[in-house]
Design a protein. Sequence first.
Length: 43
Amino acid sequence: MGAALALARALGINTLIAAELLPEIEAVMVRKLNEQMEEDRDG
């Protein structure tokens, strides 16, 4: 979380907004990564 907030700060994104959105973004990333791994395994 610290690295993500540091990146947000460096990009000029409000860190409070970034902290609020990170859990949702992480959930999408995990879901897409799982889908990709499943496709690679089945492919």
